[in-house]
Design a protein around this ligand. Sequence first.
Ligand SMILES: Nc1ncnc2c1ncn2[C@@H]1O[C@H](COP(=O)(O)OP(=O)(O)OP(=O)(O)O)[C@@H](O)[C@H]1O
Length: 253
Amino acid sequence: MDAAVSVSRVAKTFDTRASVRALEQVDFTVSRGEFVSILGPSGCGKSTLLRMVAGLIQPDAGGDVRVLGHSQTQMSDDVGVVFQTHNMLPWETVEANIRLAAEVRKMPKKEIDERVEALLPILKLEKFRHHHPHELSGGMRQRAALGQMLVMRPQVLLLDEPFGALDALTRDQLNVELLRLWQEMRQTVILITHSISEAVFLSDRVLVMSERPGRIVEDIRIDLPRPRDPRATKEAAAFGHYVVQLGQLMGVD
Ligand SMILES: Nc1ncnc2c1ncn2[C@@H]1O[C@H](COP(=O)(O)OP(=O)(O)OP(=O)(O)O)[C@@H](O)[C@H]1O
């Protein structure tokens, strides 16, 4: 199998004021181009795991995280991360914020111009390119945050509840847009979410984590046809079955 992300024997204990065992014996792989969601109870270590795949923190001794064949000991441009709250500079415009990562890496101006011009319509932000972050709606801000990541054209996208703070309708709309984007570009995606229906709608596989210390306790393949039309997919009997199955695993039935 052509793994984009491979996590082996990963554990993590934070030795701060009190020692916290966040993760224990986590093993999974994600194939190139696969869309995988991670569901799990609050505090079970999902963000910790994602930060490890991003190279932001390291697992305890004995664990290994590989991304595109390399040990993930630091952040790389192959991997893009979007968190629940955006990281935009408030005094810069949307366009300037999207350009930022590429400019910091001294990408040629022409190349940045081309990438940004291609991204703005995809993100539906053309009319807001000269606005500042505080002048945008929550959904637009998260779309701009996606743009900040996508400008580097990473092969692996790590999304930590990127739409978690938004209202349900905006969230559904952005999920449809995310799916459309992924269907065109086919990057590898790992998404953390608390929404079972979001996980089923978007994913090829859903990993379910236990209470802390988090382990992967289930790996469910979502065998729904693609491309996924939102209405037809959510009305399909199989969609409902997956939602019920995952609800039972999560103890929310
Ligand atoms: N830098 C850190 N220092 C100390 N403890 C930490 C640190 N980061 C996370 N933890 C602890 O590790 C555990 C897992 O946290 P994490 O944020 O990964 O969980 P989560 O599953 O993403 O939670 P949620 O779903 O509520 O966002 C928690 O008990 C948290 O307090």
